[in-house]
Every structure is written in C-alpha cells, then in structure tokens.
Design a protein around this ligand. Sequence first.
Ligand code: BG6
Length: 511
Amino acid sequence: MSRIKNPPPANIVIFGGKGDLAWRKLIPAFYNLYIGGFLPKNFAIYGVHYEKQDEKWYESYMLEGINTFSRSGKAKPKEWKAFAQNLYYFEGDFTADDTFRRLGETLDANDKKWRNRAVRLFYYSVSPKFIDDISIGLSKYDLAANVSLDRIVVEKPFGSDLQSAKDLNKLLLAKFKEKQIYRIDHYLGKETVQNLMAFRFANIFFESLWNHNYIEHVQITVAENIGVGSRGNYYETAGALRDMIQNHLFQLLCVTAMEPPVTTDAEEIRNKKVDVLKAVRPFNKDNIQSNAIRGQYGEGKVNGKTQQAYRKEKNVNPKSDVETYAALKLYIDNWRWQGVPFYLRTGKSLQKASSVIAIQFKQVPLCVFKPNAIPDRRPNQLIISIQPEMETTLVFQAKEPGVEMKIKPVEMDFTYHDNYDTAVPEAYETLLLDVLEGDAALFMRADQVEQAWKVVMPVIDNWAATTEKFPNYNAGSWGPKAADELIKADGFDWILLPEAKQPAIKKKTKK
Ligand code: BG6
C-alpha cells in the first residue's frame, strides 16, 4: 500500500510528544498511516517530554487522543496493540545533553536491529524557545548528520516577524542543510488544496482564462466560527495576521496565483510559489489604511450559543489590541495578474466555518439580452470550497425551460461526497508521509517564509503604531463593517458558498 515500494525503516522522534499537537493530530495521523499500510515494516515513534511518565500511561493517553480525534474513529484493539508496540515515551529535558546521548543510543540500536540505517524524522512540536536547544543537542550528538535520511520538521509559528524568521532560518541552517528542513503549513496537506493543483494543472480549459483578461477579482476566505478558546496565551502574541494570513492564506494565494510548474519537484513548485509573493505590490503608508482591515470580536451568538468577547477570554488582556479578524486587498504585479485585486480575509467567531477561494470572472463584453430576460446579471464564478464542504462550483447563466427567454444563474458542482467513497486523509497524514519519503514540495523553503513576512511587515508595523476601536464586530457576524466596505468600494461583495449566500440558485440534481 505504500506510496514507495519497500520504504526504509523509520525512527520518528516527536519533541513535545505529550503536547496537544501530538495528542490531537500527530499520533492519530501516524496511526491512520499505519492502518492504511503506509508506514514501513520497521518503525518506532518516541514522544519526548521532560516529565517522568509511566509508559502505560502514555499509551493510554495517546489511545484516548486517537479515539477522540482520529478521522477513522475509535481504534480497533488488535490494530492499536500492533501500533502501540512501536510507540514509546521518552523522558528527556530538551536542554540536557543526556537526552540526546540516550536518544542517539536508542536510534543506533534500532538501526542495528533493523540492519539498515533508518530514516530519522525529528518533529519540533515545541514552543519556539526550544528550537535552539534541540538543534544544538541533535547536532552535538550527530543525530541528524545524514543529509539524505535525516529530517527536521518545524511547526508554525515560524518566527513572529521578518527578523525573527531570518534568525530562526540562520539558526537551523547553521546545524542542518535546507534540504533536511520541513517547515510545515498544514493547509498545504489539505486534500482540497492539493486538488487545486490538479484542477489548475491537469486540465486545459481553465488555464486560458486564468489571468487578468478574464478574471475580475479573486477572494480567499478562511472563516472560523470558533473563538480562541484556551489558546489566549499564544494568540495574544500573534493575532489573525500572523496566525493565519502570513502562512495559511498566503499558501492558498500562492497555489491560486502561481505560474504552471514544469515538474512537481519540490524546488520547481517552491520557486513558482515564491515568485507570487515576490510580485505582491508592497503595502505602504498611503494604501495600508484602506487596504488592510482588522477587527476583534465582542460578545455575540454563534450557532445560538453565547460567545464571550475576545477580551474576556482566558489569558487575554482585558484591554487587548490583538486582532481576531484581518482582511487585505492586494495586487500581484506580474503579467498574469496585472490589475486584478485579491481580497483575503480570515477571522474567528464568525457566523460560519467556511474556507473558500472564489474566482469572479469578467462580464461578457456585450449583453445581448434585454434586462428583463436576464434579471440577475451575475458574472461567472468559480467557487472552490476548501472546508468544511469540499466542493467546486461553477456558476454560470442558463436559459430556464419555457417559451420565454428567461436567463438565470445555475451551478455545476463537483463534490467529494458525491464522487468518491474513499476516506479523505487528514492534512497531517499526507504531510508526515511526504517527510518520511523525503518530498518537500508541500513544505516552505526559507526564502518563501521570509518573503511572506516581508509582505505583511508594513501592516504589522502600522497596526502596532496605531489603534483601532475594539471590539468592532460581534461574535456570530461576518466581521467588521470596514471589511465589507473594503470590497464594496470596488463594486463587489464577499462570496461564500452559493447555498450560504444565494439560496435562490437551483442545485443540479445529484446523480
Ligand atoms: C492554526 C491556527 O494554524 O490553524 C489556528 O493557529 C486556526 O488559530 C487553525 O484555528 C485553523 O486550521 P484548520 O485546519 O482548522 O482550518
């Protein structure tokens, strides 16, 4: 079942092995890869954490994580037992030499047992302040010295501004080669985001329209209906621009706007993506005010339940100026996208969870139909829903059956639900398997991360130097008024999935 034949054995080390990410995402992802037959015959997973813990306790805690969060539901006892034989708790302080010495002995012993130098995957699922210590430890004991087999996975946040991202890259590159570093952005592992590549580059018909001649504007929305929950501590240091726009939304932007690659090689894909970010027209003091909008939620009702104001959330400063909503209007100054506005928005505690890329095409040059024959002259739209719905919808005009000429918009839908029986893997499954196989195409290169920070830096600086009257949107709404005005000023509206926004449109009968 493996993607590659006879994958080499693997030693997987998760620093922060007892943390939330390991519990909710990483171990369930490895478990699903295991039951899907994608892990090598010989593998071992070590969850490194400083506390003394009983091995049995660790196993049962991780089982609870799988039973709660795994997409395949509760673990089957037989499969779990077999998987758990390869899962170990590894007590170790990230700042102590001894941790890395013992780790080295353990990994070497596995290599010997398996009679093969295993791939080593070191996952930094830790607070950024430990990245230095772990890198020093790994390098001091030569644990990741084999450039072609040893891989370092670094979670976001990758820096908190351009300078800190540069420092972090410098630090990692002093110990490891770029080829070994996998900067993860889980959005790139999402099935629908990968499908955007297939959609654009495995089909002929959209490419000829995919430019400023035919596209009027592009919208990228990542709306969440949850608040910051228990993550107030982290969120106070981040905000929507750093937490979502600089990484996840920019990744969506890159996949939407990139030039066709020549191959799917990591370097080729990453070159094309970084070109997009390099072409983004820089924000400056004259355009920031009108092109960058921020918001913070106040109390409101989401799905009928009261959501408290951000300033009331746990570990949040009651006078916090941190934004929980951000919207940007930007331009990509290259031939393909000259003059086409891209609107990006994301926010927490919004009315509905919905991540959508919407392409609005230009109007036909001349409408030959009388206004009463075509009352809704909506231009063609291509709406790609990333989540929770996974569907692509093409909105176009069609004649209603009847003796009169009556034209109305209709939809053509492609949904995962109607087309496939196969289960959709979690983003982390795809990405972790890519790391094991040494494919970095879906990971960010140093220059791409830095370029993404470069784009948002003027906004970060401007927002730090100015204040906004917060809260400025109610939980359960669609965000601040100013964000609606941003897009309305250009004559457009935010587009959501057609059924959310345009219930009048009749859906195609499902097969
Ligand atoms: C994370 C952010 O990277 O992505 C969170 O830190 C956000 O604030 C999350 O909620 C969204 O991811 P997803 O996969 O649920 O859209």
